[in-house]
Design a protein around this ligand. Structure first.
Ligand code: ZN
Length: 106
């Protein structure tokens, strides 16, 4: 039977036994795409972009190279890239409020 990979949208052939034992072949066309899917599912539950990015890097998957993935996968990879990006602490400083201006009479 024919299936569509959840990660890249490629159609591929799955045999009945793969389907029965819930092999990764029942979800994705390649082991790498299956791995991406498990990482992203984990990310959707935990919302831990740093962990997701580290897991993807371990497999040599570059979240910035998103060509060839299904739109919803690209969206998640972009989200992970954005959230996992370490911002320099200086830019995160909240603007200071001056008390004198807020309450000039006291
Ligand atoms: Zn695929």
């Amino acid at each position: 039977m024919r299936k569509t990979c959840e990660v890249c949208g490629t159609e591929y052939e799955v045999c009945v036994s793969c389907e029965k034992i819930h092999s990764w072949r029942a979800v994705a066309d390649t082991l790498e795409h299956y791995y991406i899917l498990t990482v992203l599912m984990d990310y959707m539950t935990k919302k831990d972009a740093g962990e997701a990015l580290a897991s993807l890097k371990r497999w040599g998957i570059d979240v910035t190279a998103r060509d060839g993935y299904a739109p919803h996968i690209q969206k998640l990879l972009a989200e992970i890239e954005e959230k996992a990006a370490v911002k320099p602490p200086l830019s995160e400083k909240p603007p200071r409020r001056r008390r004198a201006e807020a309450n000039p009479d006291k």
